[in-house]
Design a protein around this ligand. Structure first.
Ligand SMILES: NC(=O)c1ccc[n+]([C@@H]2O[C@H](COP(=O)([O-])OP(=O)(O)OC[C@H]3O[C@@H](n4cnc5c(N)ncnc54)[C@H](OP(=O)(O)O)[C@@H]3O)[C@@H](O)[C@H]2O)c1
Length: 338
């Protein structure tokens, strides 16, 4: 049987994505074959497409950081998962596909009745937000937080989960996206027309307890200076390296230099870099527990991910154009089987 998947053919813009057809492999011992219903399109996929994401397979390969699908076949020795069960996984690569084979130990059950598109939005964006809030920054009700890129996939997840945690939230976003930041409980700051530091100090008096920084580079220094005594800076992205078409490796490397220097300052502030893949590797139990908690919150109607669009797998190029132009709000999802 043949299956279709979208591969990155070479580093570059959305045009390097191509749909190909291959022979569908059977699951190996210990694996499950999953029919993919939905896969997220995230900024990390853009980094892979541009060739600046570490630790990926040799080209050509399929991007796709997360999936929700239905188990179709079991490899030898798999007993903990059933055929027909709806499951989710943090695949890191491979999600832009009609089918994937994964170790059975990697899949997390999705409660019956959940929309696969909403469910897949939780796997990368909401687990990232949840772990940064509760595992890294360990936020407390009433604390003030600044969220950069507040209208994006991770940003909207931070706002929704931050509201549940009783935080006072401020979020940078371009003017057209202020409505969503306000609706999710944040105070928007237009980083394109306002001085973020001045505006935040005007709003808070003395800064914030936590900054979630998706920008990297020199922004880390500004974020650090906005922290009150005992504050925490959580860095997790390099959006500032992507000004214009071609991302700068130097800008990404400079973020780690800044973080290293900031960690040396003995002033009671805490600096961390969060990466979901390494966090999952170190604490696989956290990932499973946190995703299960998030599915429960979705099933109870306590969270409702913003879905910017549901596009067919064949429209992966268009989805990347939308992300490149920064016109989406929340989560963009590819439907791999109608
Ligand atoms: N470390 C991890 O484990 C992890 C996990 C997931 C994602 N990430 C990273 O997190 C970042 C966000 O990912 P995402 O999927 O949420 O991306 P996204 O959906 O594309 O959202 C990014 C948002 O940032 C805004 N933005 C861009 N430049 C900005 C600036 N200078 N100041 C403030 N806002 C700006 C964009 O909208 P406007 O400019 O129009 O406001 C957009 O809404 C990416 O760098 C991604 O690689 C890291």
């Amino acid at each position: 049987m043949k299956y279709k998947h979208v591969v990155i053919t070479r580093p570059g813009g959305p045009e390097v994505l191509q749909m190909v057809e291959d022979e569908l492999p059977d699951p190996k011992p210990g694996e499950v074959q999953v029919k993919v219903l939905a896969t997220g399109v995230a900024f990390t996929d853009v980094m892979m497409r541009e060739g600046v994401y570490p630790g990926v397979p040799k080209l050509p390969y399929s991007p796709g950081y997360d999936i929700v699908g239905v188990v179709e076949k079991l490899g030898a020795g798999v007993t903990q998962v059933q055929v027909g069960q709806q499951v989710a996984a943090l695949t890191i690569v491979g999600g832009y596909s009609e089918y994937v084979c994964l170790p059975a130990s990697e899949v997390v059950p999705v409660p019956a009745g959940l929309d696969p598109v909403e469910a897949v939005s939780l796997v990368l964006h909401y687990v990232t937000a949840y772990q940064m809030l509760h595992r890294i920054a360990k936020v407390k009700p009433g604390e003030k937080v600044l969220i950069h890129g507040a209208a994006g996939g991770v940003g909207t997840a931070l706002l929704e989960l931050g509201d549940l945690a009783g935080l006072q939230m401020y979020g940078t976003a371009s003017q057209a996206k202020h409505g969503i930041v306000t609706r999710l409980g944040g105070t928007p700051i237009d980083y394109k027309t306002e001085n973020v530091r001045d505006r935040l100090l005007q709003l808070t008096g003395d800064g914030v307890d936590v900054v979630f920084d998706a920008l990297g580079g020199r922004s880390l220094l500004d974020s650090y200076r906005l922290l009150r005594h005992g504050g925490r800076l959580v860095s997790y992205g390099f959006l500032s390296a992507f000004r214009g078409r071609h991302p700068s490796q130097m800008a990404i490397a400079s973020s780690f230099l800044y973080l290293g220097l900031l960690k040396l300052i003995p002033d009671g502030k805490q600096v961390s870099f969060y990466a979901i893949a390494s966090c999952k590797q170190q604490h696989p139990d956290w990932f499973r527990a946190d995703l299960t908690t998030l599915f429960q919150l979705l099933a109870e109607g306590k969270i409702r991910p913003i879905v910017a669009g549901r596009l067919p797998l064949a429209h992966a190029k268009f989805a990347h154009q939308l992300l490149d132009q920064s016109v989406t709000q929340g989560n963009l999802v590819l439907i791999c089987h109608a």
